[in-house]
Design a protein around this ligand. Structure first.
Ligand code: ZN
Length: 71
């Protein structure tokens, strides 16, 4: 547990669930830059809540898609 790194590079860090949630849509549409993407995945590894949220979100998207296809 060292102190927080203070480097200010331009990739977004994902430290909180709020950060993760705000990036969720971009993550799913694969619009994140690679650095931010791996930050996001790192958060998923330590946060079951966000994994669950992500899965729910994905399922909703799939349902929406198949619903649209049927019409
Ligand atoms: Zn989280």
């Amino acid at each position: 547990m060292a102190g927080r790194p203070k480097s200010k590079n331009k990739l977004k860090t994902v430290e909180t669930c709020r950060d993760a949630t705000s990036l969720l849509l971009e993550f799913l549409s694969e619009e994140l830059d690679p650095g931010t993407n791996s930050e996001f995945e790192k958060h998923l590894q330590i946060c079951p809540d966000c994994v669950a949220f992500l899965n729910t979100y994905k399922k909703t998207m799939e349902l929406t898609k198949s619903f649209l296809r049927e019409n």
